[in-house]
Write a protein that binds this ligand. Structure first.
Ligand SMILES: Cc1cc2nc3c(=O)[nH]c(=O)nc-3n(C[C@H](O)[C@H](O)[C@H](O)COP(=O)(O)OP(=O)(O)OC[C@H]3O[C@@H](n4cnc5c(N)ncnc54)[C@H](O)[C@@H]3O)c2cc1C
Length: 396
């Protein structure tokens, strides 16, 4: 589908356009998206209209060339209105980052990136696999290449917005005899694959991500396989992008609970002038926790940007360990913030039918610790720490 460009909309910053989508569309449909467990289609129609799906793509390929910080800002802003929408948008941007950073040497991927910007395509991800779970750096399935064509069958136990994606980036072994960690990533275009549902998605939170399990069967032009091995893509960008962008999503969702808590305390103060409401102290406490989460996020972005121009830093075990702990810490801080906000809001926050409700935020945030299980990540980090020195320096 070719989305007509509205030149006037692009005179506004991406953040202004995102605020409009968040406040006027995502917030309006968030409760229904959550209750029914459906894809937030109105939000994604609006994001396409505002041309926010391709805004990270460099200008020379038809995007706006936004920075990583700006992308995280957009994700967090959307998260304040609808957690599922923000997670879908964030995951799309994680896939986009692979195209932006790893298309070098492949005319096809560069052309596909132009198409993404022009047609505002939505990109999905298939890394999780039956028998492997959240172990990103191993695959069971393998791509077969013959006469310039690829064939791939993957038991993908979790593909968010699988039905709604325009393309799914799937990891697999390089060939049927390759080791489980010798992986590549394939851009499977909608017209090149079929999906068969194998696992439903009826979850506690993040219900609108529609992260259904599928058997993915795809066949297409072999040039759709990334030239760079997936191991390098994961180490040089995807791990950082995923952990930091997820962190931005959870930050937005958690920040919304603090906004509600503050409005509640202010309303209480207005009712009884001259009396400090009991929640005020807790408000100071939760705003400090939110600040901690923001610092973690901004430090992660700064450190990643420093690593982009410093190969030694990028490849250092300490840096990889830091990216892992950012995810673990952010997932814990998110629920801590929701709990602190709940203490301020009381029953008003606990009720599903109250304007102060933070039930959806809390349920969405609980997915953070298991989105690649924290125990798995800590297990990997502990191995890295046995081989490296703790970084006690200050500065990026
Ligand atoms: C909202 C949401 C959206 C998602 N969207 C996608 C998507 O679009 N595409 C995609 O590919 N995936 C997606 N995922 C899946 C995600 O990336 C992980 O793969 C998934 O959360 C792992 O689930 P798991 O707990 O079943 O598996 P695992 O992480 O494999 O964990 C299984 C069990 O093993 C235990 N365990 C802990 N540490 C280890 C270890 N070191 N080794 C072995 N087992 C260990 C854990 O306690 C856990 O109970 C999504 C997940 C969520 C929550």
């Amino acid at each position: 589908m070719n989305i007509a460009i509205d030149p006037t909309s692009l005179t506004e910053s991406a953040l202004t356009r995102m605020a409009r989508v968040a406040d006027e569309v995502a917030a309006k449909y968030a409760a229904d998206v959550d209750a029914v467990g459906r894809f937030p289609k109105e939000t994604f129609e609006a994001l396409k209209r505002e041309r926010l799906l391709g805004c990270w793509i460099p200008k020379e390929y038809g995007g706006e060339g936004l920075s990583f910080t700006e992308i995280c800002g957009l994700v967090a802003r959307l998260g304040q209105a609808c957690g599922s929408s923000a997670m879908v948008y964030g995951m799309h941007q994680i896939k986009m980052s692979s195209l932006i950073q790893h298309s070098v040497g492949s005319e096809w991927h560069i052309e596909f990136m132009r198409e993404c910007a022009r047609d505002q395509l939505l990109l999905g991800s298939a890394t999780t696999e039956g028998g492997i779970g959240g172990d990103l750096r191993n695959s069971i399935c393998a791509v077969e290449v013959k006469d310039g064509r690829y064939r791939l069958t993957k038991q993908a136990t979790c593909i968010s917005y699988g039905w709604e994606s325009d393309a799914i980036l799937a990891t697999c072994r390089r060939h049927p005899d390759a080791a489980s960690s010798d992986q590549v990533m394939v851009v499977c275009r909608k017209e090149d694959y079929t999906l068969r549902e194998t696992v439903t998605w009826d979850t506690m939170g993040m219900r609108g991500t529609r992260s259904i399990g599928f058997e993915l069967i795809s066949e297409g032009d072999a040039r759709h396989i990334f030239v760079q091995p997936f191991g390098e893509i994961a180490a040089q960008s995807m791990l950082a992008m995923a952990h930091i962008i997820w962190c931005a999503t959870w930050y937005g969702i958690a920040a919304d609970t603090v906004v509600k808590a503050q409005a509640f305390v202010k309303a209480e103060a207005k009712k009884r002038p001259g009396v400090i409401p009991p929640g005020a102290l807790r408000l100071a406490e939760v705003s400090a926790t939110l600040q901690k989460m923001k610092s973690l996020l901004t430090a992660g972005i700064a450190h990643y940007e420093a690593a982009l121009v410093d190969e030694n830093l990028m490849n250092s075990l300490m840096f990889i360990a830091e990216l892992c702990t950012i995810k673990v810490s952010a997932s814990e801080l998110g629920t801590e913030i929701a709990q602190q906000s709940l203490m301020i809001l009381g029953l008003n926050g606990y009720r599903n039918d109250s304007p102060w409700s933070i039930c959806r935020n809390y349920r969405d945030l609980l997915s953070a610790a298991i989105m690649i299980n924290n125990d798995r990540i800590l297990g990997n980090t502990s191995s890295l720490l046995l081989m490296s020195k703790i970084d006690t320096s200050i500065g990026a």
